[in-house]
Design a protein around this ligand. Sequence first.
Ligand SMILES: Nc1ncnc2c1ncn2[C@@H]1O[C@H](COP(=O)(O)OP(=O)(O)OP(=O)(O)O)[C@@H](O)[C@H]1O
Length: 278
Amino acid sequence: MTTFGEDAMSEPVVALRGVSAELGARPVLRGIDLTVCRGQVVALLGANGSGKSTAVRSAIGQVPVSAGAVELFGVPVRRFRDWRRVGYVPQRTTAATGVPATVTEIVASGRLSRTGFRRFCRADHAAVRRALELVGLADRAGDPVGALSGGQHQRVLIARALAAEPELLIMDEPMAGVDLAHQEVLAETLRDQVASGTTVLLVLHELGPLEPLIDRAVVLRDGRVVHDGPPPTAAGRPALPGHDPAHPSPAGALGAGASHHCLDPQAGTEPLRTGLPS
Ligand SMILES: Nc1ncnc2c1ncn2[C@@H]1O[C@H](COP(=O)(O)OP(=O)(O)OP(=O)(O)O)[C@@H](O)[C@H]1O
């Protein structure tokens, strides 16, 4: 297990500062600030069309920004090359359907960011096998990916991201179409990843079994950050252990410019609870 010191915990792994982006002629992001520090698990929430996918796609350089700055591991994304450190699960796609590849081949493709064009070594094969086991698909390893159900396909995409053993996992609605039993399995997997120091940025519609893992929620509305703080409270119970639902954080109270959600090494506070209302 990796242990990070306080200095590492204060290091922004993902930083969007004042980011605006247009798709077509439409302004989709309107000056958003989003910082995820090492070891944090941040959920990006908001209604359909609020800009969540665009925000994570701009974080990995897939959407060009018209204003503001995007950094990964402290490096401007346009100069970032160390992609082995990043695992990305796109919003559910059927792109692999019809591709004549096996489940193992799709998952192994996630390892290419580490291996480049060298031959797979024993550790690479082991990482692929382990990723398949983590999502509960080891028994389907040799099957054509086109023969899988939608939820199984989603789990293949998660395994593909895990195969690279990334330091940062960015997942766009990873639980979409996944049944509750396998959501629990994936939540357990994610818990292990987080325990070993992985930083996670998730687009979610509902927190579900991931709720206990979420340190912070950033809520978008119409391309703007309207809340950055504790996750919303599920009906009738606290969003996090120790969080009093009688004192919910007012949406927008923390607003944009949330880099203070990283641990201040001088402050000596609990790193991942910074910003929770008392
Ligand atoms: N390629 C595109 N060209 C033009 N507009 C687009 C494109 N992709 C997305 N948009 C628009 O950008 C806005 C934000 O889309 P985005 O996919 O980021 O939203 P989202 O919050 O992830 O939504 P959902 O919850 O439905 O996945 C929407 O109004 C959408 O119609």
